[in-house]
Design a protein around this ligand. Sequence first.
Ligand SMILES: [Zn+2]
Length: 153
Amino acid sequence: MSKEIVTFRDSNAAVLFKKTEKVEKFDRSLAILADKMGEIMEKADGLGLAAPQVNSKLAVCLVKNGKKIVVFCNPKILDYSSEKDIMEEGCLSFPDIFLQVPRARSISIEYKDLKGKKKKIEAEGIFARAIQHEVDHLSGIVFTNRAGNKLIF
Ligand SMILES: [Zn+2]
């Protein structure tokens, strides 16, 4: 596992359990952060990555949709479908741990892109699941909190 990713066993793991701060400046340093996160995510073969996982306090996460990477700044899930699916989930910050996690099958989400432009999309299936996982990270919530089977560390 890459040392660039904070795991729950690391001395700086507290960053994983804190609420992030809203992005206010849509500047070059934000684009650089998103770029770096994209590289780290691809290298780790992940489906998504949230800023706290690279020790950043900003409300930014990346989620893959097919081959495309979508960058979400200040995301807010507006609507969850009442239909839920339970599927096995993992997290780059919890290596080798896989849990059955219930998530809404589809969601609608509002966010800003890297230029600060407001967007709203609908997502379903794996894409929706990954967004819910990453948006949770921005509130300091990790997937073990969402799993039916509780883990004690
Ligand atoms: Zn995660």
